[in-house]
Design a binder for this molecule. Sequence first.
Ligand SMILES: C[S@@+](CC[C@H](N)C(=O)[O-])C[C@H]1O[C@@H](n2cnc3c(N)ncnc32)[C@H](O)[C@@H]1O
Length: 255
Amino acid sequence: MEPSQNIYDDPAFFTNYVQLPRQQKGLLGAPEWPALRAMLGSVQGKDVLDLGCGMGWVCRWARDESAKMVKGVDLSETMIAKAREFDAATEGRVAAIDYVVQDLETWMVEPEQEWDVVFSSLTLHYLYDLRRLAQEIYSSLRSGGRFVFSVEHPIYTAPKNPAFVPTPGSPDSKTWQLNAYAEEGVRLTSWLGAKGVRKYHRTMETYLSVLLETGFVLRGFREWMPEAESVGGAKGWVGERDRPMFLLVGVEKAA
Ligand SMILES: C[S@@+](CC[C@H](N)C(=O)[O-])C[C@H]1O[C@@H](n2cnc3c(N)ncnc32)[C@H](O)[C@@H]1O
């Protein structure tokens, strides 16, 4: 296993990243958030852990929804610094969120700390060892606890050259170049001006098998795409009805 790539601490990448609508507007700029929130259910009075918390948008949401304890973990010091900066605005008025800079490839259950909800948004496709992490998450959850996450959809992560091309004979429509679906593992992509951004492709079968073999019970499953009627208004998401970009999953540690 190669050491984790910490692209979010690259200043040039980060400068571009913070311009994205979901970082400018927070959860209002994340079109899949309502579906994830529905899978999360109420977090009132719960202990909530966000793995790959980034700038802490969901941590702050959980805090504002009266979660009992909230912790965010992320590899990037820049992300965690931003999260703390946002939180400083409300310091003293609300319970503090605990942020930790840590690599999820080596993250382990903390003795005597159990969680009711473990959440992760758009982070697990950066990780090599999903099975190990799923087992740690399972061990860290109380009985009846939930693990809810989003990842880039396997149809989105599979291609060696992920791009739409004009559909032959139909120039007004476009086709996603899906290939290499069965070849799990590293994909190097260019994103936000950075080359060699490392992600890991896994099939849908692998995501679900790892969770079920770990002992989780499947509770929710969405291939997020915008509703047909909202496409016109969902600027930037028009292409998402041609192929799903996000996979959302909710599982439970049976009571
Ligand atoms: C696309 S961002 C998502 C951030 C946040 N969850 C959100 O939805 O706004 C992916 C996050 O995963 C973090 N990340 C990537 N690899 C990681 C690793 N090995 N351990 C911990 N965090 C990691 C990155 O630093 C980054 O903050």
